[in-house]
Design a protein around this ligand. Structure first.
Ligand code: PEP
Ligand code: MG
Length: 593
């Protein structure tokens, strides 16, 4: 058990990353930490034995994971997460981790030192990735690395399945395998030093409904066993040794939160319509077919964005046409007749696939990424388009081209698509002849010429994550300028308005698939802008739907008109806050949040 090094006074507030909403109030159970490994060298004649020791540890780790998988697979609510354990088993076969560690041992490092060195290198590689989801895959490598280090040190697995008093877990890090073994009736929440929003541990916490705050950096050094604590997994606030008054306040918040959560279930099977009867499709953003269970759980109406780059990751060759057809058909089967939007490869720039040997660019976000990469590496693009077309007989597919900045680019894509179709016709291969083709609106250029682009495509999908970055000239992954990354900047609102108006005038649907779509506070604004579809992380759907069903597009439109007169993000933000609190105090008033 780590000793509290800092004296903690009553009501000590910490703020981390709230990754799983809900309020946990209770006492701490502290899990032990991984020891720090000092570099230890070995003699040349010990290398062979050391490699053997390391291989045995890998074998033991495999056995442990298989055993956990067996136990977990008997629990229906965890079925959808078994793939995480498979991912960890695959990491145990991965050359980058295992092969490189053995190489480092050959340089006469102990297995622990070699593994620690390789983990640090992998960390650096992952840290350079801008895309949050991809970057967070490092947590899976960490989890496997920690498991191996624990085995090498002769330490047992932490007995997370035996925690028998109701408590809040505090740990330097928690692996997804540990999180899966929690007894949900005992664990009131957890706090960790490490971790990010899209780590598998965070994803699991959300799906198990366990409040969680991660990325607290040094909480393990501040707390002691049985210390009272409150955690708010929505805001990331943690209060150590809460005072009587804070305790009462949070107890009330907890009751409100639980009431609202319970009430959310009532929305599951209701359609996403406004009070003035405007239907808005609430769809899921997915990266892998295995995430579909979440989309089902939250009644997503199809997939508004399938990010195909994940098919290309972690492999030495790009996926073959047949493999892609299989992957897309799997999504379509899961979607059961609902529409699925498949985005062609959005790689390069921030999204990093080492296997594709992308050039080193000085300014990758503005470099050879997304559609630019596909148009340059046309052979890969053609394979992907063939696969999408072939899969289109399995269900309802829409094609989406990312990061378009001009009409010529769209025409080039359509020309290639036409040629691919002709080729399939010649081969007698069937596909959906009415397949819809859309583009992501993520560059200011696309916004400015939206009326021209609208004539070329069947729909628009606004990618606000990139649109904000390019409109405000703020790198979306750079923490130094994160304070400028503002979805409510008047320039962003004006951009959204221009695109929606252009789409609506041309009579094509306008969708939104950036993170903004999943924020209930913006639901009324987005509905007022005239958007037809919101696509988001499926876990956001119930909250967005609850708001959508209580507001009208007409009121949303009036709100948008008002917001467009305001000069600063702060003014826009206060106006939205005020409007939403007045309209839906039970959801947006601070005493509830
Ligand atoms: C976006 O840019 O808003 C988007 C949805 O695409 P990605 O986050 O994959 O770049
Ligand atoms: Mg994007």
């Amino acid at each position: 058990m780590a000793l509290a090094k800092i004296k903690v006074s009553e009501d000590t507030y910490l703020v981390g990353i709230g990754v799983s909403p809900g309020i946990g109030i209770g006492e701490i159970t502290l899990l032990d930490q991984q020891p720090v490994i000092d570099e230890v060298s070995i003699d040349a004649d010990e290398v062979r034995g050391e490699i053997e020791r390391f291989r045995q540890a890998v074998g033991q780790a495999r056995e442990q994971l298989q055993k956990i998988k067996q136990t977990v697979s008997r629990q229906p609510h965890l079925q959808e997460h078994l793939y995480i354990l498979d991912t960890h088993l695959l990491i145990l076969d991965d050359n980058m981790l295992i092969g490189n560690t053995e190489k480092a041992i050959r340089r006469q490092l102990s297995a622990e030192s070699a593994l620690t060195e390789v983990l640090a290198e992998l960390h650096e590689m992952f840290a350079a990735i801008e895309d949050e989801y991809l970057r967070e895959r490092r947590s899976d490598v960490d989890a496997v690395g920690d498991r191996l280090l624990r085995i090498l040190a002769g330490r047992n697995e932490r007995p997370v399945d035996q925690i028998d008093s109701r408590s809040l877990i505090v740990a330097h890090d928690l692996s997804p395998a540990e999180t899966m073994q929690f007894d949900r009736t005992k664990i009131l929440g957890f706090l960790t030093d490490r971790g990010g929003r899209t780590s598998h541990t965070a994803i699991l916490a959300r799906s198990l409904n366990i409040p969680a705050v991660v990325g607290l950096e040094s909480v393990t050094t501040m707390v002691a066993e049985r210390m009272p604590v409150i955690i708010d997994g929505s805001t990331g606030v943690v209060i150590l040794r809460p005072s009587e008054q804070t305790f009462k306040e949070y107890l009330k918040r907890k009751q409100n939160y639980e009431y609202l959560e319970h009430e959310l279930e009532n929305y599951r099977d209701l359609p996403g319509v406004t009070t003035d009867d405007v239907k808005i499709f609430l769809r899921a953003n997915l990266e892998m077919a295995s995430e579909f269970s979440l989309a089902h759980k939250h009644a997503a109406e199809g997939v508004g964005l399938f990010r195909t780059e994940f098919l290309y990751l972690g492999r030495s060759e790009p996926p073959s046409e047949d493999e892609q057809v299989e992957a897309y058909c799997e999504i379509l089967r899961e979607a059961g007749g609902a529409s699925v939007t498949i985005r062609t490869l959005d790689i390069g720039g921030d999204k990093f696939v080492p296997e594709l040997n992308l050039a080193d660019e000085a300014n990758p976000a503005m470099g050879l990424r997304a559609i630019r990469f596909s148009l340059r590496e046309e052979h890969l693009f053609r394979v992907q388009l063939r696969a999408i077309l072939r899969a289109s007989t399995c269900g309802r597919i829409r094609i989406l081209f990312p990061m378009i900045s001009g009409v010529a680019e769209v025409r080039a894509c359509r020309q290639i698509l036409k040629e691919v179709r002709e080729q399939l016709d010649a081969e007698g291969v069937s596909y959906d002849p009415d397949i819809k083709v859309g583009i992501m609106i993520e560059t200011p250029a696309a916004v400015m010429i939206a009326p021209l682009l609208a004539r070329e495509v069947d729909y628009f999908s606004i990618g606000t994550n990139d649109l904000i970055q390019y409109t405000l000239a703020v790198d979306r992954g750079n923490e130094y300028v994160a304070y400028l990354y503002d979805p409510l900047h008047p320039a962003v609102l004006r951009a959204l308005k221009l695109v929606c108006d252009a789409g609506n005038e041309a009579g094509i649907p306008v969708c939104i698939c950036g993170e903004m779509a999943g924020e209930p506070l913006y639901t009324m604004v987005l509905a007022g802008l005239g958007l037809h579809e919101f696509s988001m992380n499926p876990t956001c759907i119930p909250r967005v739907k609850r708001v959508l069903r209580q507001i009208s597009r007409a009121d949303g439109k009036a709100l948008v008109e008002k917001l467009l007169t305001l000069a600063t993000s702060n003014a826009v933000s206060s106006a939205i806050d005020k409007e939403m609190r007045t309209r839906l105090p039970e959801i947006f008033s601070p005493s509830v949040l």
